[in-house]
Design a protein around this ligand. Structure first.
Ligand code: FES
Length: 140
């Protein structure tokens, strides 16, 4: 491929949806911004009150609309603002991953993780690792 052709067809960034809960996880995202830690291109955070409020249909809709990966980030075990939301999120995650598998969506494209309140560095690192692990061909 000629050099000019390569410039005309740049590699697109991955499209990653991050569902964060409104509490520990979102404060991690806010702290990442405060500390000027950059997230990879193509990352779109969506805040929900608690990960336990997510529905498998909503997560799968993100894939239907073209997401390369979906990362769900909530409060660490025992720290959910609503007591059992993150354990509910684990059940939802398992259910969603099983449905995604039936649809041919690789399990590396969906992840559940936790971030302690205000830990911007951990939030950024978890997002970066996920984006690298998504492992889809992102070229146009
Ligand atoms: S409030 Fe964070 S997981 Fe429930």
């Amino acid at each position: 491929m000629s050099k000019s052709r390569a410039k005309a067809c740049p590699e697109r960034s991955r499209r990653i949806i991050i569902f964060t809960c409104n509490w520990n996880a979102y404060s991690g995202l806010e702290m990442a911004g405060y500390e000027r830690l950059s997230l990879p291109a193509g990352v779109r955070p969506i805040k929900v009150m608690c990960l336990g409020r997510l529905h498998p249909g909503l997560v799968l809709k993100a894939f239907e609309l073209g997401a390369d990966g979906v990362l769900m980030v909530g409060c660490p075990p025992g720290e959910c603002r609503y007591e059992f939301g993150n354990s509910r999120a684990e059940d939802l995650f398992k259910e969603t991953r099983a449905l995604a598998h039936l649809l041919g969506i690789g399990e590396e494209r969906l992840r559940l993780d936790w971030v302690a309140a205000g830990d911007g560095k951990a939030f950024t690192e978890k997002v970066r690792c996920f984006v690298e692990d998504v492992g889809v061909d992102t070229r146009l």
